[in-house]
Design a protein. Structure first.
Ligand SMILES: CC(C)(COP(=O)(O)OP(=O)(O)OC[C@H]1O[C@@H](n2cnc3c(N)ncnc32)[C@H](O)[C@@H]1OP(=O)(O)O)[C@@H](O)C(=O)NCCC(=O)NCCS
Length: 182
């Protein structure tokens, strides 16, 4: 069994935010950032796996602060966890105002990638050699996130199968909706 340190596949992409990346409000489109996140996740996962990798799932993308035209955006990716054929890549995104030298943290997200062999089948990936406290914490954090996600999926499925519109409407009173069942 082969093991690799997370640092061996660390990958950073830095890109200047040009005017054509802006939305109608003059800030950078979230989709532009997502696209670069996917690229850095691909590069990091493929370096670790030694095989072509595909994106399977993205966990929580919250844009905490807007990114401006002219900002220098850096996306830093590291393998946080590996399963048999899957890899979880943590990505930290920062945006630097190069004139004022102010750096803001805009989001951290987790991309699950799967390595593929030449026949397009999931391929085993090397294990992780964890040698720092931070990498051990990130590995353990993923296990907790996975447990919480499984619980969430199970709860949603139970809700969908047990929901009865005539019994469960009173809970919606406090929300921004009006119900007129037809
Ligand atoms: C990802 C994919 C290979 C899984 O295929 P599969 O036949 O279900 O294969 P497996 O059941 O063996 O799963 C392979 C791995 O993917 C993981 N996986 C599958 N679905 C997942 C999901 N929704 N979230 C997280 N991990 C997932 C499994 O846990 C497994 O990981 P492990 O080997 O580390 O335990 C397949 O669904 C696929 O090719 N999807 C399209 C991916 C793609 O094209 N992405 C680009 C976006 S356009």
């Amino acid at each position: 069994m082969q093991y690799r340190r997370p640092t061996e596949s660390d990958t950073t992409i830095t890109e200047l935010m040009i005017p054509s990346y802006a939305n109608f409000g003059g800030k950078i489109h979230g989709g532009i950032i997502l696209s670069i996140m996917d690229k850095v996740a691909y590069a990091c996962a493929t370096k670790h796996a030694g095989n072509y990798c595909v994106t399977v799932s993205v966990d929580t993308v919250d844009f905490l602060q807007p990114i401006e035209v002219g900002d220098l955006v850096s996306l830093m990716a590291r393998v946080n966890y590996v399963g048999r054929t899957s890899l979880v890549i943590g990505i930290k995104v920062t945006a630097e105002n190069v004139k004022q030298k102010i750096v803001k943290h805009t989001n951290t997200s987790y991309f699950t990638m799967v390595a593929k062999d030449d026949d397009d089948k999931p391929a085993p990936v090397p294990g992780l050699k964890l040698t720092s406290e931070v990498d051990i914490r990130r590995f353990a954090e993923y296990i907790l996130r996975k447990e919480l996600k499984d619980y969430h999926t199970k709860s949603m499925n139970e809700m969908r199968t047990s929901f009865k519109v005539n019994q469960d409407l009173s809970d919606l009173d406090k929300y921004n909706c009006i119900i007129k069942l037809q």
